[in-house]
Design a binder for this molecule. Structure first.
Ligand code: NAI
Length: 289
């Protein structure tokens, strides 16, 4: 049986994942504002440091996986808090947990993104860039300029940044090279306290008009099932994938945006091997691993 860290373990999808893991006999160290093994506020650097200290204490051996589900929904006026929880609450904790993940055999990390990443207009690129670089203050300054759109823009920017961070580092020697499989799950609207709160807020009409072709909301249990697969040996060959589970919104809005063409500037990363006869020893052979 394995040992897992789950953030946002006290509610919604994080709680559903925690229950599934425990039902299968795994040990879960949950992190949340209250009611978890580690109670901490991930919206401040002090809170994140406290969470990291307690996690490193409670997980005394290798860590088989981490599920980063703690998050805040869009709300104008709470942009700074939102980007800190949704981005730094993931990246700071994962950086600190990396050695423990590397110590496990084939550890898995699942980060909660969102399909708002591909369905929200007017998300400022500079804010995303700042967030990927860990600059919450600079990003917030830019996001606040969006006025009434700052809530949805901050949320989408936070989720784009975290997905980009994952895709950039998951392939590096420190992560994939150490056997850690890191991926993102991008849900559409799922009926949790977060969505229920939005449906009661002043933005309810916007939330209700969000197109979901399958004409129903997802459930936390359905998403937990996908996370369980992404934590299982089925995901041993899965790195850097964004798994969208959204009732069809993404396909409805952007049917032809996938696959994106490989830009010419990236060809050197492939060693040009597709375009010349490979030299001896140039083609990696993993058949013995
Ligand atoms: P939820 O509100 O039910 O659960 C989120 C958990 O994060 C809560 O237990 C909350 O206390 C915790 N959290 C929030 N701020 C925190 C902080 N400062 N410190 C520590 N913990 C904190 O939400 P839900 O819906 O289960 O969301 C899980 C993840 O999925 C979030 O990252 C969310 O952004 C994402 N998501 C949710 C969607 C939905 O429709 N419910 C859609 C797409 C993504």
């Amino acid at each position: 049986m394995g040992v897992y860290v789950v953030t946002g373990s006290a509610s919604g999808m994080g709680q559903a994942v925690t229950l599934r893991l425990r039902a299968d006999g795994h040990t879960v160290v949950g992190v949340d504002l209250a009611g978890a093994e580690v109670d901490a506020d991930l919206s401040t650097s002090e809170g994140r440091s406290a969470a990291i200290g307690l996690l490193l204490e409670k997980v005394d051996g290798p860590l088989d996986g981490a599920v980063m589900a703690a998050g805040m929904g869009p709300k104008r006026g709470r942009e700074r808090m939102l980007v800190e929880v949704n981005v730094l609450g993931v990246t700071d904790l994962l950086e600190a947990l990396r050695p423990k993940l590397a110590a496990a055999a084939k550890a898995k990390v699942v980060v909660f993104g969102s399909n708002s990443t591909t369905s929200t207009p007017f998300v400022p690129r500079m804010a995303i860039k700042r967030l990927v670089d860990g600059d919450a203050e600079g990003a917030t300054r830019i996001l606040k300029r969006r006025g009434s759109l700052s809530g949805p823009a901050s949320y989408a920017a936070s989720k784009i940044a975290v997905a980009r961070w994952v895709r950039r580092i998951c392939v590096t020697p420190e992560w994939a090279g150490e056997g850690i499989r890191m991926n993102v799950i991008a849900p559409g609207p799922v009926m949790t306290p977060l969505l229920a709160g939005q449906l009661k807020s002043s933005t309810a009409s916007q939330v209700k008009s969000f197109p979901v072709p399958i004409r129903e909301y997802g459930t936390p249990e359905q998403l937990a099932e996908w996370v369980m697969t992404m934590l299982s040996p089925a995901a041993d060959f899965m790195v850097g994938t964004v798994v969208t589970v959204d009732g069809g919104t993404e396909a409805l809005l952007r049917p032809d945006d996938w696959p994106a063409r490989l830009p010419l500037r990236l060809l050197p990363r492939m060693g040009w091997s597709m375009y010349r006869a490979p030299k001896r020893g140039q083609v990696a052979d993993y058949s013995d691993t």
